[in-house]
Design a binder for this molecule. Structure first.
Ligand code: FAD
Ligand code: DLZ
Ligand code: SF4
Length: 511
Protein backbone atom coordinates (compact mmCIF):
# COMPACT_ATOMS: atom_id res chain seq x y z
CA UNK A 1 0.00 0.00 0.00
CA UNK A 2 1.35 3.40 -0.98
CA UNK A 3 0.88 6.13 1.63
CA UNK A 4 1.13 9.88 1.21
CA UNK A 5 2.35 11.35 4.50
CA UNK A 6 1.59 15.03 4.97
CA UNK A 7 3.82 17.18 7.19
CA UNK A 8 2.79 20.76 8.01
CA UNK A 9 5.07 23.68 8.76
CA UNK A 10 4.72 23.34 12.54
CA UNK A 11 5.26 19.57 12.51
CA UNK A 12 9.00 19.46 11.88
CA UNK A 13 9.80 16.66 14.33
CA UNK A 14 11.41 13.39 13.29
CA UNK A 15 9.33 11.36 15.80
CA UNK A 16 6.10 12.90 14.38
CA UNK A 17 3.20 10.40 14.41
CA UNK A 18 2.59 10.84 10.65
CA UNK A 19 6.11 9.54 9.96
CA UNK A 20 5.77 6.43 12.11
CA UNK A 21 5.91 3.12 10.26
CA UNK A 22 7.04 4.76 7.01
CA UNK A 23 7.76 2.37 4.15
CA UNK A 24 10.79 3.93 2.47
CA UNK A 25 10.36 1.81 -0.64
CA UNK A 26 6.84 2.99 -1.37
CA UNK A 27 5.68 5.97 0.73
CA UNK A 28 6.03 9.64 -0.14
CA UNK A 29 6.26 12.50 2.36
CA UNK A 30 4.43 15.59 1.16
CA UNK A 31 5.40 19.09 2.31
CA UNK A 32 3.80 22.13 0.69
CA UNK A 33 4.47 25.85 0.82
CA UNK A 34 1.10 27.51 0.27
CA UNK A 35 0.25 31.20 0.13
CA UNK A 36 -2.95 30.70 2.15
CA UNK A 37 -0.90 29.92 5.27
CA UNK A 38 1.08 33.14 4.94
CA UNK A 39 -1.95 35.32 4.24
CA UNK A 40 -5.02 34.06 6.16
CA UNK A 41 -3.50 36.54 8.55
CA UNK A 42 -0.62 38.59 7.15
CA UNK A 43 2.19 37.02 9.19
CA UNK A 44 5.34 38.90 10.22
CA UNK A 45 7.98 38.53 7.49
CA UNK A 46 10.38 36.78 9.89
CA UNK A 47 7.76 34.23 10.84
CA UNK A 48 7.25 33.25 7.20
CA UNK A 49 11.01 33.03 6.60
CA UNK A 50 11.43 31.00 9.79
CA UNK A 51 8.70 28.45 8.96
CA UNK A 52 9.52 28.04 5.26
CA UNK A 53 13.26 27.82 5.76
CA UNK A 54 12.83 25.31 8.60
CA UNK A 55 10.49 23.28 6.34
CA UNK A 56 13.11 23.21 3.55
CA UNK A 57 15.85 22.17 5.96
CA UNK A 58 13.65 19.48 7.48
CA UNK A 59 12.82 18.08 4.01
CA UNK A 60 16.57 17.88 3.29
CA UNK A 61 17.18 15.99 6.53
CA UNK A 62 14.49 13.42 5.61
CA UNK A 63 15.95 13.02 2.12
CA UNK A 64 19.36 12.43 3.69
CA UNK A 65 17.77 9.43 5.43
CA UNK A 66 16.62 8.05 2.10
CA UNK A 67 12.99 9.14 2.46
CA UNK A 68 11.17 10.24 -0.71
CA UNK A 69 9.99 13.82 -0.07
CA UNK A 70 7.73 15.63 -2.53
CA UNK A 71 8.33 19.27 -1.61
CA UNK A 72 6.22 21.94 -3.31
CA UNK A 73 7.74 25.42 -3.25
CA UNK A 74 5.66 28.58 -2.98
CA UNK A 75 6.62 29.92 -6.39
CA UNK A 76 6.38 26.58 -8.19
CA UNK A 77 4.26 26.65 -11.37
CA UNK A 78 0.73 25.39 -10.74
CA UNK A 79 0.87 25.80 -6.91
CA UNK A 80 -2.80 26.23 -5.94
CA UNK A 81 -1.96 28.08 -2.72
CA UNK A 82 -3.91 25.84 -0.30
CA UNK A 83 -3.38 22.58 1.61
CA UNK A 84 -6.44 21.02 -0.03
CA UNK A 85 -5.41 22.07 -3.54
CA UNK A 86 -1.86 20.77 -3.10
CA UNK A 87 -2.98 17.50 -1.56
CA UNK A 88 -5.29 16.96 -4.55
CA UNK A 89 -2.46 17.59 -7.00
CA UNK A 90 -0.11 15.31 -5.09
CA UNK A 91 -2.66 12.48 -5.07
CA UNK A 92 -2.82 12.61 -8.87
CA UNK A 93 0.99 12.62 -9.08
CA UNK A 94 1.53 9.69 -6.72
CA UNK A 95 -1.67 7.60 -6.98
CA UNK A 96 -1.48 6.90 -3.24
CA UNK A 97 -3.87 4.45 -1.54
CA UNK A 98 -4.21 6.49 1.63
CA UNK A 99 -3.19 9.72 3.32
CA UNK A 100 -1.66 9.90 6.78
CA UNK A 101 -1.46 13.20 8.67
CA UNK A 102 -0.89 14.37 12.24
CA UNK A 103 -3.63 16.46 13.83
CA UNK A 104 -2.90 20.15 13.18
CA UNK A 105 -2.39 22.94 15.70
CA UNK A 106 -5.23 25.13 14.49
CA UNK A 107 -8.96 24.45 14.49
CA UNK A 108 -9.35 26.01 11.04
CA UNK A 109 -6.97 23.42 9.54
CA UNK A 110 -8.58 20.62 11.59
CA UNK A 111 -11.93 21.44 9.97
CA UNK A 112 -10.35 21.43 6.52
CA UNK A 113 -8.76 18.02 7.20
CA UNK A 114 -12.18 16.57 8.04
CA UNK A 115 -13.31 17.26 4.47
CA UNK A 116 -10.45 15.46 2.70
CA UNK A 117 -11.71 11.89 2.77
CA UNK A 118 -14.94 12.87 0.98
CA UNK A 119 -13.29 15.36 -1.32
CA UNK A 120 -10.63 12.89 -2.57
CA UNK A 121 -12.35 9.52 -2.12
CA UNK A 122 -9.13 8.33 -0.45
CA UNK A 123 -8.91 7.11 3.17
CA UNK A 124 -7.39 9.73 5.49
CA UNK A 125 -5.87 8.72 8.81
CA UNK A 126 -5.39 11.66 11.19
CA UNK A 127 -3.05 10.59 13.96
CA UNK A 128 -2.73 12.11 17.41
CA UNK A 129 -0.12 14.83 17.84
CA UNK A 130 1.70 13.18 20.73
CA UNK A 131 4.51 15.74 20.94
CA UNK A 132 2.83 17.17 24.06
CA UNK A 133 3.03 16.07 27.69
CA UNK A 134 -0.76 15.85 28.07
CA UNK A 135 -2.98 14.47 25.31
CA UNK A 136 -6.21 16.18 24.27
CA UNK A 137 -8.16 13.21 25.68
CA UNK A 138 -6.34 13.31 29.03
CA UNK A 139 -6.99 17.05 29.37
CA UNK A 140 -10.69 16.60 28.52
CA UNK A 141 -10.92 13.92 31.25
CA UNK A 142 -9.17 16.20 33.73
CA UNK A 143 -11.66 19.01 32.97
CA UNK A 144 -14.62 16.65 33.36
CA UNK A 145 -13.48 15.50 36.78
CA UNK A 146 -13.06 19.01 38.23
CA UNK A 147 -15.08 21.98 39.38
CA UNK A 148 -12.20 24.44 39.00
CA UNK A 149 -10.10 24.18 35.87
CA UNK A 150 -7.41 26.63 36.98
CA UNK A 151 -3.87 26.17 35.65
CA UNK A 152 -2.36 25.76 39.13
CA UNK A 153 -4.35 22.54 39.76
CA UNK A 154 -3.53 21.21 36.31
CA UNK A 155 0.15 21.96 36.92
CA UNK A 156 0.11 19.97 40.16
CA UNK A 157 -1.56 17.10 38.33
CA UNK A 158 1.24 17.21 35.74
CA UNK A 159 3.99 17.43 38.40
CA UNK A 160 2.59 14.31 40.07
CA UNK A 161 2.25 12.56 36.72
CA UNK A 162 5.81 13.28 35.58
CA UNK A 163 7.39 13.13 39.04
CA UNK A 164 9.36 16.29 38.11
CA UNK A 165 10.51 18.32 41.13
CA UNK A 166 8.72 15.92 43.46
CA UNK A 167 9.86 14.29 46.71
CA UNK A 168 7.41 11.42 46.95
CA UNK A 169 4.03 13.07 46.72
CA UNK A 170 5.35 16.43 48.03
CA UNK A 171 6.79 19.23 45.90
CA UNK A 172 10.55 19.71 45.99
CA UNK A 173 11.46 22.38 48.56
CA UNK A 174 7.98 22.23 50.11
CA UNK A 175 6.22 24.60 47.68
CA UNK A 176 4.53 24.05 44.34
CA UNK A 177 5.24 27.55 43.11
CA UNK A 178 8.05 30.03 43.83
CA UNK A 179 6.56 33.01 42.04
CA UNK A 180 6.70 35.17 45.14
CA UNK A 181 10.52 35.17 44.68
CA UNK A 182 10.23 35.80 40.95
CA UNK A 183 8.97 39.35 40.73
CA UNK A 184 12.10 41.49 40.84
CA UNK A 185 12.65 44.54 38.68
CA UNK A 186 15.89 44.53 36.67
CA UNK A 187 18.78 46.30 38.48
CA UNK A 188 20.34 49.02 36.32
CA UNK A 189 23.86 47.56 36.08
CA UNK A 190 23.14 43.87 35.67
CA UNK A 191 24.79 42.15 32.71
CA UNK A 192 22.22 40.53 30.49
CA UNK A 193 23.47 37.67 28.27
CA UNK A 194 23.15 38.22 24.55
CA UNK A 195 20.67 36.22 22.53
CA UNK A 196 21.93 33.15 20.63
CA UNK A 197 21.70 34.28 17.01
CA UNK A 198 22.26 32.17 13.91
CA UNK A 199 23.70 33.22 10.58
CA UNK A 200 21.49 32.63 7.56
CA UNK A 201 22.68 30.03 5.05
CA UNK A 202 21.94 30.07 1.31
CA UNK A 203 18.63 28.26 1.79
CA UNK A 204 17.39 30.82 4.32
CA UNK A 205 18.63 33.69 2.15
CA UNK A 206 16.64 32.28 -0.78
CA UNK A 207 13.50 32.22 1.33
CA UNK A 208 14.19 35.79 2.47
CA UNK A 209 14.25 36.97 -1.14
CA UNK A 210 11.03 35.11 -1.84
CA UNK A 211 9.29 36.56 1.21
CA UNK A 212 10.52 40.04 0.38
CA UNK A 213 9.03 39.73 -3.08
CA UNK A 214 5.75 38.04 -2.18
CA UNK A 215 5.02 39.43 1.27
CA UNK A 216 7.03 42.66 1.38
CA UNK A 217 4.01 44.62 2.62
CA UNK A 218 3.59 42.47 5.74
CA UNK A 219 4.49 43.77 9.21
CA UNK A 220 8.04 43.37 10.49
CA UNK A 221 11.71 43.55 9.53
CA UNK A 222 13.41 40.58 7.93
CA UNK A 223 16.96 42.01 7.94
CA UNK A 224 17.38 41.34 11.67
CA UNK A 225 16.49 37.64 11.27
CA UNK A 226 18.58 35.57 13.69
CA UNK A 227 16.48 32.43 14.19
CA UNK A 228 17.91 28.96 13.84
CA UNK A 229 16.11 26.80 11.30
CA UNK A 230 17.30 23.27 12.08
CA UNK A 231 17.08 20.95 15.05
CA UNK A 232 20.83 21.34 15.52
CA UNK A 233 20.41 25.12 15.82
CA UNK A 234 17.49 24.72 18.20
CA UNK A 235 19.54 22.43 20.45
CA UNK A 236 22.31 25.05 20.51
CA UNK A 237 19.76 27.71 21.51
CA UNK A 238 18.56 25.42 24.32
CA UNK A 239 22.11 24.86 25.62
CA UNK A 240 22.75 28.61 25.47
CA UNK A 241 19.69 29.28 27.60
CA UNK A 242 20.44 26.58 30.18
CA UNK A 243 24.00 27.79 30.66
CA UNK A 244 23.61 31.55 30.46
CA UNK A 245 20.05 32.53 31.34
CA UNK A 246 18.27 29.83 33.37
CA UNK A 247 20.04 30.60 36.68
CA UNK A 248 18.46 34.09 36.71
CA UNK A 249 15.30 33.28 34.72
CA UNK A 250 13.06 33.23 37.80
CA UNK A 251 14.21 36.38 39.54
CA UNK A 252 13.71 38.63 36.51
CA UNK A 253 10.86 36.81 34.78
CA UNK A 254 8.52 39.79 35.16
CA UNK A 255 11.07 42.56 34.54
CA UNK A 256 11.16 44.86 31.50
CA UNK A 257 14.02 47.03 30.30
CA UNK A 258 14.48 49.53 27.50
CA UNK A 259 16.45 47.81 24.74
CA UNK A 260 16.37 44.51 26.67
CA UNK A 261 14.53 42.53 24.04
CA UNK A 262 15.21 39.07 25.51
CA UNK A 263 16.59 39.55 29.06
CA UNK A 264 16.84 36.13 30.78
CA UNK A 265 14.04 34.52 28.77
CA UNK A 266 14.67 31.34 26.84
CA UNK A 267 13.48 32.53 23.39
CA UNK A 268 12.69 28.88 22.69
CA UNK A 269 8.95 29.11 21.94
CA UNK A 270 9.32 29.26 18.13
CA UNK A 271 11.48 26.11 18.16
CA UNK A 272 9.07 24.31 20.49
CA UNK A 273 6.03 25.34 18.47
CA UNK A 274 7.27 24.16 15.08
CA UNK A 275 8.65 20.95 16.55
CA UNK A 276 12.42 21.49 16.39
CA UNK A 277 12.48 20.96 20.16
CA UNK A 278 10.19 18.87 22.35
CA UNK A 279 8.80 20.00 25.72
CA UNK A 280 10.17 16.92 27.53
CA UNK A 281 13.78 17.41 26.46
CA UNK A 282 13.62 21.14 27.28
CA UNK A 283 12.28 20.52 30.80
CA UNK A 284 14.71 17.65 31.38
CA UNK A 285 17.67 19.90 30.56
CA UNK A 286 16.44 22.45 33.11
CA UNK A 287 15.88 19.72 35.73
CA UNK A 288 19.39 18.41 35.11
CA UNK A 289 20.80 21.93 35.68
CA UNK A 290 19.01 21.96 39.06
CA UNK A 291 20.32 18.49 40.00
CA UNK A 292 23.86 19.57 39.12
CA UNK A 293 23.47 22.72 41.22
CA UNK A 294 23.93 25.15 38.32
CA UNK A 295 20.44 26.67 38.58
CA UNK A 296 18.38 27.33 41.72
CA UNK A 297 15.00 25.76 42.46
CA UNK A 298 12.85 28.92 42.00
CA UNK A 299 14.32 29.47 38.51
CA UNK A 300 13.91 25.85 37.43
CA UNK A 301 10.43 25.49 38.94
CA UNK A 302 9.37 28.78 37.30
CA UNK A 303 10.65 27.64 33.91
CA UNK A 304 9.23 24.11 34.11
CA UNK A 305 5.85 25.58 35.14
CA UNK A 306 5.71 27.63 31.92
CA UNK A 307 6.09 24.51 29.79
CA UNK A 308 4.65 21.65 31.84
CA UNK A 309 1.92 23.95 33.19
CA UNK A 310 0.97 26.88 30.99
CA UNK A 311 1.89 25.54 27.58
CA UNK A 312 0.07 22.23 28.05
CA UNK A 313 -2.84 23.93 29.82
CA UNK A 314 -3.59 26.49 27.11
CA UNK A 315 -3.48 23.76 24.49
CA UNK A 316 -5.95 21.71 26.51
CA UNK A 317 -8.28 24.69 26.93
CA UNK A 318 -8.09 25.46 23.20
CA UNK A 319 -9.06 21.96 22.09
CA UNK A 320 -11.75 21.39 24.70
CA UNK A 321 -13.41 24.76 24.14
CA UNK A 322 -13.09 25.47 20.42
CA UNK A 323 -14.82 26.71 18.30
CA UNK A 324 -17.14 28.51 20.79
CA UNK A 325 -14.17 29.80 22.81
CA UNK A 326 -13.14 32.34 20.18
CA UNK A 327 -16.65 33.81 20.00
CA UNK A 328 -17.06 34.95 23.62
CA UNK A 329 -16.68 38.64 24.45
CA UNK A 330 -17.43 38.88 28.17
CA UNK A 331 -16.51 42.56 28.47
CA UNK A 332 -18.33 43.49 25.24
CA UNK A 333 -15.17 45.19 24.02
CA UNK A 334 -15.65 46.67 20.56
CA UNK A 335 -13.13 49.40 19.79
CA UNK A 336 -10.83 49.05 16.77
CA UNK A 337 -7.16 48.18 17.30
CA UNK A 338 -5.18 51.44 17.45
CA UNK A 339 -3.05 52.03 14.39
CA UNK A 340 0.12 52.37 16.47
CA UNK A 341 0.08 48.60 17.06
CA UNK A 342 1.23 48.35 13.43
CA UNK A 343 3.38 51.49 13.14
CA UNK A 344 4.85 51.81 16.64
CA UNK A 345 4.13 55.54 16.39
CA UNK A 346 3.01 56.50 19.86
CA UNK A 347 4.41 58.77 22.55
CA UNK A 348 3.75 56.08 25.22
CA UNK A 349 7.26 54.71 25.51
CA UNK A 350 6.33 51.30 26.99
CA UNK A 351 4.11 50.55 23.99
CA UNK A 352 6.60 51.97 21.50
CA UNK A 353 9.46 49.88 22.94
CA UNK A 354 7.39 46.69 22.90
CA UNK A 355 6.03 47.19 19.39
CA UNK A 356 9.42 48.14 17.97
CA UNK A 357 11.03 45.06 19.55
CA UNK A 358 8.20 43.00 18.07
CA UNK A 359 8.85 44.44 14.64
CA UNK A 360 12.62 43.83 14.94
CA UNK A 361 12.50 40.32 16.33
CA UNK A 362 9.02 38.78 15.80
CA UNK A 363 9.36 38.29 19.56
CA UNK A 364 8.47 40.05 22.79
CA UNK A 365 8.72 38.44 26.19
CA UNK A 366 5.71 37.43 28.21
CA UNK A 367 5.37 40.50 30.41
CA UNK A 368 5.58 42.83 27.41
CA UNK A 369 2.83 40.80 25.70
CA UNK A 370 0.65 40.62 28.80
CA UNK A 371 1.21 43.84 30.70
CA UNK A 372 2.02 46.30 27.91
CA UNK A 373 0.27 45.53 24.60
CA UNK A 374 -2.26 43.17 26.24
CA UNK A 375 -3.01 45.43 29.20
CA UNK A 376 -3.49 48.47 26.95
CA UNK A 377 -5.89 46.60 24.64
CA UNK A 378 -7.82 45.37 27.69
CA UNK A 379 -8.10 48.82 29.28
CA UNK A 380 -8.96 50.48 25.96
CA UNK A 381 -11.72 47.93 25.25
CA UNK A 382 -10.36 46.77 21.90
CA UNK A 383 -12.44 44.07 20.15
CA UNK A 384 -10.91 40.64 20.98
CA UNK A 385 -10.85 39.41 17.36
CA UNK A 386 -8.71 42.39 16.29
CA UNK A 387 -6.24 41.95 19.13
CA UNK A 388 -6.05 38.21 18.47
CA UNK A 389 -5.29 38.76 14.82
CA UNK A 390 -2.46 41.12 15.79
CA UNK A 391 -0.88 38.57 18.13
CA UNK A 392 -1.20 35.81 15.54
CA UNK A 393 0.52 37.99 12.95
CA UNK A 394 3.41 39.48 14.85
CA UNK A 395 5.12 36.65 16.77
CA UNK A 396 7.25 33.88 15.28
CA UNK A 397 5.83 31.49 17.89
CA UNK A 398 2.19 32.32 17.19
CA UNK A 399 -0.05 29.39 16.32
CA UNK A 400 -3.67 29.64 17.27
CA UNK A 401 -3.72 26.80 19.84
CA UNK A 402 -1.34 28.81 22.04
CA UNK A 403 -1.97 32.38 20.89
CA UNK A 404 -5.76 32.39 21.31
CA UNK A 405 -6.12 31.29 24.96
CA UNK A 406 -3.29 33.62 25.96
CA UNK A 407 -4.83 36.61 24.19
CA UNK A 408 -8.54 35.93 24.49
CA UNK A 409 -8.42 34.47 27.99
CA UNK A 410 -5.33 35.70 29.79
CA UNK A 411 -4.81 39.18 28.35
CA UNK A 412 -8.37 40.25 27.47
CA UNK A 413 -10.54 38.31 29.94
CA UNK A 414 -12.92 37.79 27.00
CA UNK A 415 -13.75 34.28 28.28
CA UNK A 416 -15.17 35.76 31.50
CA UNK A 417 -12.62 34.13 33.78
CA UNK A 418 -12.18 30.57 32.57
CA UNK A 419 -8.41 30.95 32.24
CA UNK A 420 -7.62 33.65 34.79
CA UNK A 421 -9.42 34.47 38.02
CA UNK A 422 -9.32 38.22 37.31
CA UNK A 423 -8.35 40.58 34.49
CA UNK A 424 -4.64 41.44 34.25
CA UNK A 425 -5.44 45.17 34.39
CA UNK A 426 -2.75 47.50 35.68
CA UNK A 427 -2.09 51.22 35.88
CA UNK A 428 1.17 53.08 35.14
CA UNK A 429 2.49 52.36 38.65
CA UNK A 430 2.94 48.66 37.83
CA UNK A 431 4.81 49.42 34.59
CA UNK A 432 6.96 51.99 36.39
CA UNK A 433 7.83 49.46 39.10
CA UNK A 434 8.72 46.63 36.69
CA UNK A 435 10.53 48.61 33.96
CA UNK A 436 12.56 51.70 33.14
CA UNK A 437 10.22 52.70 30.29
CA UNK A 438 8.67 55.65 32.11
CA UNK A 439 12.00 57.56 32.27
CA UNK A 440 11.90 58.20 28.54
CA UNK A 441 8.17 58.80 28.25
CA UNK A 442 6.15 61.88 27.36
CA UNK A 443 3.87 61.01 30.30
CA UNK A 444 4.39 60.66 34.02
CA UNK A 445 3.23 57.47 35.78
CA UNK A 446 2.71 59.42 39.02
CA UNK A 447 0.30 61.91 37.43
CA UNK A 448 -3.29 60.71 37.35
CA UNK A 449 -5.13 63.36 35.35
CA UNK A 450 -4.31 66.11 32.87
CA UNK A 451 -2.02 66.33 29.87
CA UNK A 452 1.04 64.80 31.62
CA UNK A 453 -0.97 61.95 33.13
CA UNK A 454 0.01 58.42 32.11
CA UNK A 455 -2.91 57.14 29.97
CA UNK A 456 -2.72 53.76 31.75
CA UNK A 457 -3.80 55.59 34.94
CA UNK A 458 -7.13 57.04 33.84
CA UNK A 459 -7.80 54.11 31.50
CA UNK A 460 -7.40 51.74 34.45
CA UNK A 461 -10.11 53.45 36.49
CA UNK A 462 -12.29 53.96 33.41
CA UNK A 463 -12.02 50.20 32.74
CA UNK A 464 -13.23 49.48 36.27
CA UNK A 465 -16.08 52.00 35.93
CA UNK A 466 -17.42 50.77 32.59
CA UNK A 467 -17.14 47.12 33.65
CA UNK A 468 -18.46 47.55 37.19
CA UNK A 469 -21.57 45.45 36.52
CA UNK A 470 -19.47 42.59 35.16
CA UNK A 471 -16.52 42.65 37.56
CA UNK A 472 -17.49 44.14 40.92
CA UNK A 473 -18.75 40.79 42.25
CA UNK A 474 -15.41 39.10 41.54
CA UNK A 475 -13.84 38.56 45.00
CA UNK A 476 -10.36 39.20 43.57
CA UNK A 477 -11.49 42.65 42.40
CA UNK A 478 -12.73 43.68 45.85
CA UNK A 479 -9.86 46.01 46.67
CA UNK A 480 -9.91 48.21 43.53
CA UNK A 481 -13.70 48.43 43.66
CA UNK A 482 -13.60 49.50 47.32
CA UNK A 483 -11.13 52.24 46.34
CA UNK A 484 -13.38 53.25 43.47
CA UNK A 485 -16.37 53.44 45.82
CA UNK A 486 -14.45 55.91 48.01
CA UNK A 487 -13.56 58.12 45.05
CA UNK A 488 -15.20 61.56 44.92
CA UNK A 489 -17.90 61.89 42.26
CA UNK A 490 -16.25 64.78 40.40
CA UNK A 491 -12.92 62.92 40.20
CA UNK A 492 -14.71 59.90 38.81
CA UNK A 493 -16.40 62.12 36.25
CA UNK A 494 -13.09 63.67 35.26
CA UNK A 495 -11.55 60.20 34.76
CA UNK A 496 -14.42 59.19 32.49
CA UNK A 497 -14.11 62.40 30.48
CA UNK A 498 -10.31 62.20 30.01
CA UNK A 499 -10.40 58.50 29.16
CA UNK A 500 -13.15 58.99 26.61
CA UNK A 501 -11.37 61.94 25.01
CA UNK A 502 -8.16 59.92 24.81
CA UNK A 503 -9.90 56.90 23.25
CA UNK A 504 -11.83 59.09 20.79
CA UNK A 505 -8.58 60.77 19.74
CA UNK A 506 -7.01 57.36 19.11
CA UNK A 507 -9.97 56.22 17.04
CA UNK A 508 -10.23 59.43 15.00
CA UNK A 509 -6.69 58.79 13.70
CA UNK A 510 -7.82 55.87 11.57
CA UNK A 511 -11.32 56.81 10.58
P1 FAD B 1 10.07 31.89 28.39
O1 FAD B 1 9.65 33.04 29.22
O2 FAD B 1 11.49 31.55 28.38
O3 FAD B 1 9.20 30.62 28.86
C1 FAD B 1 9.61 29.30 28.53
C2 FAD B 1 8.60 28.60 27.67
O4 FAD B 1 7.40 28.41 28.36
C3 FAD B 1 8.23 29.31 26.38
O5 FAD B 1 9.14 29.07 25.35
C4 FAD B 1 6.84 28.74 26.09
O6 FAD B 1 6.93 27.57 25.34
C5 FAD B 1 6.30 28.40 27.47
N1 FAD B 1 5.35 29.43 27.93
C6 FAD B 1 5.58 30.46 28.76
N2 FAD B 1 4.43 31.12 29.03
C7 FAD B 1 3.48 30.50 28.32
C8 FAD B 1 2.09 30.72 28.17
N3 FAD B 1 1.46 31.70 28.81
N4 FAD B 1 1.42 29.91 27.32
C9 FAD B 1 2.03 28.91 26.67
N5 FAD B 1 3.35 28.65 26.79
C10 FAD B 1 4.04 29.44 27.61
N6 FAD B 1 3.28 31.82 23.47
C11 FAD B 1 3.46 31.14 22.32
O7 FAD B 1 4.22 30.18 22.29
N7 FAD B 1 2.79 31.52 21.19
C12 FAD B 1 1.95 32.59 21.17
O8 FAD B 1 1.35 32.90 20.14
C13 FAD B 1 1.75 33.32 22.38
N8 FAD B 1 0.93 34.39 22.41
C14 FAD B 1 0.77 35.07 23.58
C15 FAD B 1 -0.10 36.17 23.61
C16 FAD B 1 -0.30 36.87 24.77
C17 FAD B 1 -1.27 38.00 24.81
C18 FAD B 1 0.39 36.48 25.93
C19 FAD B 1 0.17 37.22 27.21
C20 FAD B 1 1.26 35.41 25.92
C21 FAD B 1 1.45 34.68 24.75
N9 FAD B 1 2.32 33.57 24.71
C22 FAD B 1 2.46 32.89 23.53
C23 FAD B 1 2.96 33.05 25.93
C24 FAD B 1 4.36 33.61 26.22
O9 FAD B 1 4.33 35.00 26.20
C25 FAD B 1 5.39 33.09 25.24
O10 FAD B 1 5.35 31.68 25.21
C26 FAD B 1 6.81 33.50 25.66
O11 FAD B 1 6.88 34.89 25.75
C27 FAD B 1 7.79 32.97 24.66
O12 FAD B 1 9.07 33.44 24.93
P2 FAD B 1 10.21 32.52 25.58
O13 FAD B 1 10.38 31.31 24.76
O14 FAD B 1 11.38 33.39 25.78
O15 FAD B 1 9.51 32.13 26.93
C1 DLZ C 1 2.81 29.58 9.36
C2 DLZ C 1 2.94 28.79 8.10
C3 DLZ C 1 3.29 29.44 6.90
C4 DLZ C 1 3.56 30.89 6.86
N1 DLZ C 1 3.38 28.76 5.76
C5 DLZ C 1 3.19 27.43 5.75
C6 DLZ C 1 3.26 26.68 4.55
O1 DLZ C 1 3.49 27.21 3.47
N2 DLZ C 1 3.08 25.34 4.62
C7 DLZ C 1 2.81 24.69 5.78
O2 DLZ C 1 2.67 23.47 5.79
N3 DLZ C 1 2.68 25.40 6.92
C8 DLZ C 1 2.87 26.73 6.93
N4 DLZ C 1 2.73 27.44 8.08
C9 DLZ C 1 2.33 26.71 9.30
C10 DLZ C 1 0.83 26.39 9.25
O3 DLZ C 1 0.12 27.63 9.25
C11 DLZ C 1 0.42 25.51 10.40
O4 DLZ C 1 0.96 24.25 10.20
C12 DLZ C 1 -1.07 25.42 10.52
O5 DLZ C 1 -1.54 26.62 11.06
C13 DLZ C 1 -1.56 24.29 11.38
O6 DLZ C 1 -1.21 24.51 12.68
FE1 SF4 D 1 3.90 53.68 29.71
FE2 SF4 D 1 2.67 55.47 31.28
FE3 SF4 D 1 5.18 54.76 31.81
FE4 SF4 D 1 4.63 56.23 29.67
S1 SF4 D 1 4.35 56.82 31.79
S2 SF4 D 1 6.00 54.45 29.76
S3 SF4 D 1 2.65 55.42 29.06
S4 SF4 D 1 3.38 53.44 31.87
Amino acid sequence: MKTLRLILGDQLSRPLSALRGIDRARDVVLMVEVSEEATYVRHHKQKIVFVLSAMRHFAESLRAEGIDVDYVRLNEKGNTGSFTGELGRALSRHKADRIVATEPGEYRVWETMQSWENAFGTPVEIREDDRFLCSRAEFARWVKERKSVRMEFFYRHMRRKTGWLMKGDKPEGGKWNYDALNRKAMPRNIKVPSRRRFNSDAMTRDVMMLVRKRFGGHFGDWQSFGWGVTRKDARKALRHFITNCLPRFGEYQDAMKTGGDFLFHSVLSPYLNIGLLGPKEVCEEALEAYRKGSAPLPAVEGFVRQILGWREYVRGIYWTKMPAYAQSNFLQADRPLPEFYWTGKTDMSCLRETIEATRRNAYAHHIQRLMITGNFALLAGVAPAQVEEWYLVVYADAFEWVELPNTHGMALYADGGLLGSKPYAASGAYIDRMSDYCHGCAYDPKVKLGTKACPFNYLYWYFLIVNERRLAQNPRMGMPYRTLARMAGDRRQQIVQEAQEFLDRLESKYR
